[in-house]
Design a protein around this ligand. Structure first.
Ligand SMILES: NC(=O)c1ccc[n+]([C@@H]2O[C@H](COP(=O)([O-])OP(=O)(O)OC[C@H]3O[C@@H](n4cnc5c(N)ncnc54)[C@H](OP(=O)(O)O)[C@@H]3O)[C@@H](O)[C@H]2O)c1
Length: 331
């Protein structure tokens, strides 16, 4: 495994991080807790020391599962969680409606008010079973709260020793810049993978210039870039992938054709397509780490092999050319 410092903080993360959204089950068609705990522990054994979770992932479930997996191993792990997406308190900006794992309706709100953040951190620490987290991130921007107030809350979390560093997610460059005026921002967490490359036009160069780490989410485009989502695979309605445009048959076919071109490059390195997709991210300028979701130890074992080697400049350029030809998905 490779490791990197998180911006100007003293937190060091594994360049392949464990993403714990799917282990929460919500929007992923349910989950298997035993497999999840085993997957997280396998990651730690392989040096994938950093785990990214959030309260809203399974409405507390993901944080509890992470807590269970790391019990007795606190000194081996770096924990990143988030604030600002509430389902347990109304107020702020109504984000979206969904159902919980039992099929009950749930509304989520974007709320980055200082008092809400101070309430959330204590609940997260309790669920995780720890005294502090290493990275505390704003999950989504909240248009109803000034960033000065949000950072006031986050600075208090730092002062109280409940987090070692503060980060943001899904923020624009302007928002990152403004937040940085009120307190230290160690990292940003945008969407980025071979099929979603917007971040390389804005937040990646912006953050590289300002020593803000970039830890990207969905580097496998939620499994599609592993090549294992064949034309036959179907997803239940409770799995958000059932409605994702690149997963639609006509687009999935185009991605599978693209991956067929990448296969000889993977084979040349003795790697899998998933490992190439992760390594592609790690090779991009200004990109600190990739957060890869998984629910089974075998997946984690494969994903850990996304680091520790490099695609050549020629291979990166060739893949980029194929991606340019692939262009966007059709509706
Ligand atoms: N800040 C945000 O707004 C935000 C948004 C999204 C995600 N995130 C974070 O980023 C993490 C990763 O993103 P993500 O989970 O959306 O997408 P991802 O990492 O691209 O894909 C994860 C999914 O791909 C499949 N997969 C993983 N490894 C595999 C392997 N080796 N072989 C075959 N399939 C494999 C698994 O799905 P199945 O096995 O179920 O098919 C897994 O749940 C999340 O867990 C979360 O921590 C943050």
């Amino acid at each position: 495994m490779e490791y990197a410092k998180l911006g100007s903080s003293d937190v060091e993360v594994s360049r392949v991080m464990f993403g714990a959204w799917a282990v929460g089950g919500w929007l992923w068609g349910g989950t298997d807790d035993e497999g999840s705990v085993a997957a997280i522990r396998k990651g730690i054994d392989l040096g994938m020391t950093t785990i990214d979770t959030a309260p809203v992932y399974g409405f507390g479930h993901s944080e509890r599962i992470v807590g269970q997996a790391i019990a007795g191993r606190r000194d081996e792990v770096i924990i990143a969680t988030k604030c600002g997406l509430r389902w347990d308190r109304e107020g702020g900006d109504h984000f979206f409606d969904s159902t919980d794992l039992e099929g009950r309706p749930v509304s989520t709100y974007r709320n980055l008010r200082a008092d809400s953040i101070l309430e959330e951190i204590d609940r997260s620490l309790e669920r995780l079973g720890v005294d502090y987290v290493d990275l505390y991130q704003c999950h989504w921007p909240d248009p109803t709260t000034p960033l000065s107030e949000t950072m006031e809350g986050l600075n208090k979390v730092l002062e109280e020793g409940k987090a070692r560093a503060v980060g943001v997610s899904n923020f624009t460059e302007e928002m990152i810049e403004e937040a940085g005026r009120y307190g230290p921002v160690a990292s940003d967490q945008p969407l980025y993978n071979m099929l979603d490359r917007d971040a390389e036009r804005d937040v990646l160069p912006f953050c590289a210039e300002r020593d803000v780490a970039v830890i990207v989410y969905s580097p496998l485009h939620q499994g599609l870039l592993t090549g294992k989502v064949t034309m036959e695979r179907t997803f239940p309605e409770s799995d958000q992938r059932s409605d994702k445009v690149w997963f639609h048959p006509q687009n999935r076919k185009r991605v599978l054709d693209f991956l067929e071109k990448v296969t000889p490059i993977a084979e040349g390195h003795g790697k899998t397509l998933a490992q190439v997709a992760i390594n592609w991210c790690l090779c991009q300028h200004g990109l600190t780490a990739a957060i890869v979701g998984a629910r089974r130890p075998e997946q984690v074992e494969e994903n850990a092999g996304g680091a520790g080697w490099r695609l050549s400049e020629g291979e990166l350029a060739q893949i980029r050319g194929w991606l340019d030809d692939l262009a966007g998905p059709t509706k």
